[in-house]
Design a protein around this ligand. Structure first.
Ligand code: BES
Ligand code: ZN
Ligand code: ZN
Length: 456
């Protein structure tokens, strides 16, 4: 997409953001938040979109997205977007590029012809536009990775994507452990989960060095299950169809690293992806068996479908010991239960550190990539104790607190490092119609949240 800033509009198709109050002057327009009306005059098309009562980051973001989505449906090639005030440029650019997103790789006829967006207003800063573009494009990049076929995005393909980023950016160095390294190093949980697949597991580590004088470094982890069949605890029809989404965390981490590189952020961040295909077959790992994790803690696997926590456990413990990060944040499509608890617009947040949790919440509100904290208490920790091993991978509490007990399991592998776990199983995927910046299918949840958090 070509984007630019202009002082007067060049194109005959225009998007105009209006407040609810301004909308009342437009004939037969109710001006409800994010509603749209089209007006035609000679060659000109005006797309009015209401931001609701006020021009906020959230209202401009989603209004711009809704209007641009409509423009794409109208098959326009070039559009001028009128920016109501300079402070709205960031959300308008971000919203416009997120709303323009279409996943058409598997359509024989491409529908989208939008090529040029011009943002019109006074005192608009090129730098704001550029930053917003990088963040939106990183989100769309992550969406593409998650939307693509599971047969196309297998663990080593995620490694190739990481290497591709490493080649482009000198500040990013990429290390990949293949299945032999994984076995030799004793990352037995990751090895076990990936064992049943002809596409073997990988541990992908991306080290971004943006400030050599800074001793601090954050680590972000993304669950990279390229397809989750459930393994021997095979998922039934109705639950399995979308399971290529299960690398949503990994897709987000790749997007985050891409954005950090392009924004030239002066921080040090490690991106880590334990990647595996949780397959069913002759070589799958066994329900009921005990596996020895990298940390030394043994795990009774009572359900091979609770595989995300297993691959993350090894990744968290191994990276903590190897890179000693100052904080660790993981993104994972970990539990169906989080969709029941929080729905598909808010991700679950779990943490052992109040300050980290509060800062993540603030970032989520700032960029409309929202999180809500749930507790981890001793009763949840107790529910993950095994009689035959140190831990079990599913809770003793039946059908209760599934997201919390999953987080309680992960907590065993982070020692005392400030850690936060984001359960994005509800937010990474949208089964319904597009709304605002959220398209159908992969949403890119977590990218904008963590880019904001890491650049604060
Ligand atoms: N990948 C799933 C979680 C998931 C479910 C993501 C629905 C997106 C939508 C995860 O690996 C899983 O299967 N979790 C089980 C845990 C259970 C076996 C304790 C679940 O949520 O049912
Ligand atoms: Zn699973
Ligand atoms: Zn899974």
């Amino acid at each position: 997409m070509n984007i630019s800033i202009g002082k007067t509009e060049q194109f005959s198709t225009k998007i105009i953001l209006v407040s609810g109050e301004e909308a009342r002057d437009i004939r037969d327009f109710d001006g409800k938040k994010h509603s749209i009306t089209l007006r035609y005059k000679d060659e000109e098309t005006r797309v009015y979109v209401s931001v609701g009562e006020e021009y906020t980051f959230d209202s401009c973001l989603n209004a711009a997205a809704a209007a641009v989505r409509r423009i794409v449906d109208l098959k326009r090639e070039s559009v001028s977007v009128l920016v109501p005030k300079a402070s709205c440029l960031t959300p308008v650019v971000e919203g416009a590029l997120l709303g323009a997103y279409r996943f058409e790789a598997y359509k024989s006829e491409k529908k989208s012809c939008l090529k040029t967006l011009e943002f019109v207003g006074s005192d608009l800063a090129e730098e704001d536009m550029e930053k917003a573009r990088i963040i939106a494009e990183a989100t769309n990049y992550s969406r593409d990775l998650v939307n693509k076929n599971a047969g196309e995005i297998y663990p080593d393909m995620l490694a190739q994507k990481a290497r591709e980023l490493g080649k482009k950016h000198s500040a990013l160095s990429v290390t990949v452990l293949d299945e032999k390294d994984i076995e030799k190093q004793g990352l037995n949980l990751l090895y076990a989960v990936g064992k049943g697949s002809p596409t073997p597991p990988r541990l992908i580590i991306m080290e971004y060095t943006g400030n050599t004088d800074d001793e601090k470094r954050s680590a972000v982890f993304g669950k990279g299950i390229t397809f989750d069949s459930g393994g021997q605890n095979l998922k039934p029809s109705g639950s399995i169809e979308n399971m290529r989404l299960d690398m949503g965390g990994a897709g987000a981490v790749l997007g985050i690293m891409k954005a950090l590189c392009e924004l030239n952020v002066q921080k040090n961040v490690i991106g880590v992806i334990p990647a595996a295909h949780n397959a069913i077959g002759r070589d799958s790992y066994f329900t009921g068996d005990v596996y020895d994790s990298w940390s030394g803690k043994t795990v009774e696997v009572l359900n091979t479908d609770a595989e995300g926590r297993l691959v993350l456990a090894d990744a968290l413990a191994y990276c903590k010991a190897t890179y000693n990060p100052t904080e660790m944040i993981d993104l994972a499509t970990l539990t169906g239960a989080i969709l029941v608890a929080l729905g598909d617009t808010v991700s679950g947040l779990f943490s052992n550190d109040k300050t980290l949790a509060a800062r993540l919440f603030t970032s989520g509100e700032a960029v409309s990539d929202r999180v809500w904290e749930l507790p981890i208490r001793d009763e949840h920790r107790k529910a993950m104790e095994s009689d035959i091993a140190d831990l079990r991978n599913i809770s003793k509490i039946k059908r209760n607190a599934g997201s919390i007990t999953a987080a309680a399991f992960l907590e065993n592998f982070v020692s005392h490092t400030p850690w936060a776990h984001l359960d994005i199983a509800g937010t990474a995927w949208n089964d319904s119609e597009p709304r605002g910046i959220t398209p159908k299918y992969a949403t890119g949840a977590g990218v904008r949240l963590l880019v904001h958090y890491l650049t604060q």
